[in-house]
Design a protein around this ligand. Structure first.
Ligand code: NAD
Length: 277
């Protein structure tokens, strides 16, 4: 092995891998896709529609996000569609594999506490949230994750290789009246991660989850009154997270140094959830 290939192994540990990050037109997903590309992966970025990145002013469209990620020198392609729609997911699979080849790394990041009208459901508690908001949240957070796993993890199982990270939430680990349905669905994503990990264990496909605490994405900041004392990124744990801190955890879990970590949930929340489960 030459010095050059040694360097590549260390600085670009995901070189030669193809990654699909759902919900990567903006927010956490975009930061994760950018991180995986910086480590050498070819990436497929995705949003609900081409203008998804514009919703909170992060970019005009998916092409602009793709162009920005291409600065890392890897291949980048774009797809869009509703992850809760099996036909749309099948089209995403066909497009990505035709353009980039087999997907090795899957990050299910699309989702959020978004109701039918586009913002947070109102009311947003267990007893009063509307049925249409419940159904939208189930689609965005649970059915979508399951459909994307079915489409992309079956081929990984058949090839006997791959790594998956499902993005859950600190909310998955705590009971609370506010965001009751979202929290319940993210708890389901954690449990689905464990069930899928049991299923893929004999086939060498690793499946883990990351549960971010409150993290400073554009959507996060646009949809609540933030606490100014929590906004600064510093050595304190008493603050909001940075998207890069979540992306680092995902990059670790899909990468070679996590090769014996399977079926786990990594809570990246500065110790907000200091209890088992
Ligand atoms: N930011 C936080 O504080 C935080 C904390 C915990 C968990 N999370 C989770 O991290 C993920 C990203 O959150 P974010 O803050 O970046 O929000 P965001 O709204 O900026 O990103 C969510 C992305 O998912 C896409 N999406 C949602 N439903 C979809 C669907 N049905 N089909 C296709 N695309 C869909 C959106 O269009 C968007 O691109 C979400 O799953 C969210 O629940 C975020």
């Amino acid at each position: 092995m030459t010095d050059d290939s040694n360097d590549t192994h260390l600085t670009r540990p995901l070189a030669g891998k193809v990654a699909f990050v759902t919900g990567s037109g903006r927010g956490l997903g975009r930061t994760i896709a950018d991180k995986l590309a910086s480590l050498g992966a070819d990436v497929a970025i995705h949003d609900l529609n081409d203008s998804g990145p514009a919703k909170y002013g992060e970019a005009d469209n998916l092409s602009e996000v793709a162009e920005s990620i291409r600065r890392h020198g890897t291949r980048v392609t774009t797809v869009f569609g509703n992850i809760g729609d099996a036909a749309a997911v099948a089209t995403m699979y066909e497009t990505i594999t035709a353009e980039l080849g087999d997907v090795d790394l899957l990050v299910n990041c699309a989702g959020g506490d978004i109701g039918a009208a586009g913002g947070k459901p109102n009311p947003n508690n267990a007893l009063d949230i509307s049925l249409v908001d419940i159904q939208t949240e189930i689609n965005n957070n649970l059915i979508g994750t399951m459909l994307v796993c079915q489409a992309f993890v079956r081929p990984m199982r058949d090839r006997g290789a791959g790594a998956v990270v499902n993005i859950a939430s600190a909310a998955a680990h705590m009971g609370g009246s506010n965001e009751a349905v979202y929290s319940t669905l993210k708890a389901a994503v954690v449990h689905y991660t464990r069930c899928l990990a049991a299923e893929t264990r004999p086939f060498g496909v690793r499946v883990n989850a990351v549960s971010p605490g409150p993290t400073k994405t554009a959507r996060f900041q646009a949809t609540r009154v933030t606490d100014p004392t929590m906004m600064e990124t510093n050595d304190s744990f008493l603050r909001y997270g940075d998207p890069e801190e979540i992306a680092d955890a995902v990059a670790f879990l899909v990468g070679p140094t996590a090769k014996f970590i399977h079926g786990q949930v990594l809570r990246v929340d500065g110790g907000l959830t200091l209890f088992p489960g």
